[in-house]
Design a protein around this ligand. Structure first.
Ligand code: A3P
Length: 288
């Protein structure tokens, strides 16, 4: 029987997973032994940190065979979700280089990540904006409980009683792996400030030597505006399929929390942040 947090979430290994999803503790455990190839690339994020954005960037850097995205290939199928499928799903049998997406904490990823030094791109974002983005997303994705109020959701977030558990733990655990894992950290706000510069760094990490023109094209194809109109990148099809109620490409800015937090909530958030992240030397960009 599942350790229920709510009718929508269950706890497993201190994280919260979706009751109405197919994954159960046994399936999650099986993922540990999922066999990887040294050429695989993992995109890992805490939810709402810019996953869909990085998918769009990665497919263009890695899959130079399909630069035009004209084949109607959906990014979701090019960077399939590790924990949305059972370990014996055909997504195993894809040509190199395979890409995978995941929100799982490090200790639940396949052991081969470390053993084969598989490349991991970890995108993180200032958690105040994640509260806001998650709050809106909880009104969109049918598998999530609609929050009673922003106040309520804010408290659940600080307690880690939200999908995939605590943001603080997620970031801290990946940060702690940086010397043992082939991991490249990308800050959402740096993508906003200097998309081209971040794409160049990613190419270096991924061992891809692209021309200036190719890089310019990736940047053009990865702006908020361009992705909002690109159905292979923006998940709009999930609205038609009845799984989302609203667009994932919502605002795409840094600092929207200022339109949602009260002064008291902001002070409380700062206190919790300071306490939980006291031994992690990271600096968030709270607004641009
Ligand atoms: P907002 O809800 O704040 O607008 P994820 O893909 O991890 O679910 O994250 C979704 C967030 O990334 C949303 O944030 C979305 O707007 C933002 N996003 C997606 N593509 C983006 C882009 N090209 N530029 C800026 N933000 C983007």
């Amino acid at each position: 029987s599942l350790d229920l947090v709510s009718p929508y979430l269950y706890k497993y290994k201190k994280r919260s997973f979706l009751v109405n999803d197919k994954m159960r503790p046994k399936d999650l455990d099986d993922l540990l032994d999922f066999e990887l190839r040294p050429t695989d690339v993992f995109l890992v994020t805490y939810p709402k940190s810019g996953t869909v954005w990085m998918q769009q960037i990665l497919v263009q850097i890695m899959d130079t065979a399909h630069p035009e995205q004209a084949e109607g290939l959906n990014n979701r199928d090019r960077v399939p979700w590790l924990e949305e499928r059972s370990a014996d799903n055909p997504f195993r049998d894809r040509p190199d280089p395979r890409m995978f997406g995941s929100h799982l904490p490090f200790e639940m990823l396949p052991l081969d990540i470390k053993a084969k030094q598989v490349k991991v791109v970890y995108v993180w974002r200032n958690p105040k904006d994640i509260v806001v983005s998650s709050y809106h997303f909880a009104h969109s994705w049918v598998l999530l409980e609609t929050p009673k109020s922003f106040e309520d959701f804010f408290e659940q977030f600080l307690d880690g009683d939200v999908y995939m558990g605590s943001w603080f733990d997620h970031v801290k655990e990946y940060y702690a792996q940086q010397d043992q894992v082939n991991i490249h950290f990308v800050q959402y706000e740096n993508l906003l400030k200097d998309l081209r510069g971040e794409v160049v760094k990613l190419c270096a990490f991924l061992g891809k030597d692209l021309t200036d023109e190719a890089i310019d094209r990736i940047v053009d194809m990865s702006t908020f505006k361009s992705m909002k109109n690109n159905t292979t990148a923006n998940y709009k099809d999930l609205i038609e399929k009845g799984r989302y109620k609203k667009e994932t490409m919502r605002k795409g800015v840094a600092g929207d929390w200022k339109n949602h937090f009260t002064v008291a909530q902001n002070e409380r958030f700062d206190r919790v942040f300071k306490e939980k992240m006291s031994n992690v030397p990271i600096t968030c960009t709270w607004e641009i």
